[in-house]
Ligand binder design. Structure first.
Ligand code: SF4
Ligand code: SF4
Length: 153
């Protein structure tokens, strides 16, 4: 288990997040964990945990949150918001964190466009697979993941 040094935390971090458009709802979280239980990304990546990310923001762990790859794994599906009893809009909070991660220089601004390309690529693939399944066809789907990843680097 990793140790957390609260004397190195940033007490203003949570206010900075909450003061940005989309970040306000963060303050209402009471850590019930319903978001984590419903999150599809958590289902495939055990390290990803919306409740934990919110706790880390509230604890002022600025570098640990903004410098973490985990904030880019969220697929912005909003499932967490639908189940949240406190109406926390976590996908909007995630948007704020990404914005701040770019501003603080943790990632290059072009990552936003790269994310859009990745999402478009997999949505397109999903359509093709569904087309085959629904029409009971087995047409060859051209899918070169390696080439696609190379094009993003
Ligand atoms: S469901 Fe809402 S209140 Fe519960 S931990 Fe998640 S964000 Fe917080
Ligand atoms: S918006 Fe992100 S955190 Fe919320 S359920 Fe979807 S993937 Fe999980």
């Amino acid at each position: 288990m990793k140790e957390i040094w609260l004397n190195q935390s940033d007490p203003n971090f949570k206010f900075e997040v909450a003061n940005r458009l989309g970040g306000e709802s963060l303050k209402a979280c009471f850590a019930c964990g319903a978001c984590t239980g419903a999150c599809p990304v958590k289902g495939v990546n055990d390290d990803f945990d919306p409740r934990k990310i919110i706790r880390m923001i509230l604890l002022g762990l600025r570098k640990e949150v903004l410098g973490s790859k985990l904030i880019w794994y969220c697929c912005l599906c909003n499932t967490c918001s639908f189940v949240c009893p406190q109406d926390v809009k976590f996908s909007q909070v995630m948007g704020v964190l990404r914005e701040m991660a770019i501003e603080d220089g943790f990632v290059h601004p072009s990552l936003q466009d790269t994310m859009k390309n990745i999402d478009r690529f997999f949505l397109d693939l999903r359509q093709k697979v569904l087309f085959n399944v629904l029409d009971k066809k087995d047409e060859l789907i051209e899918f070169d993941l390696k080439e696609f990843v190379k094009s993003l680097l």
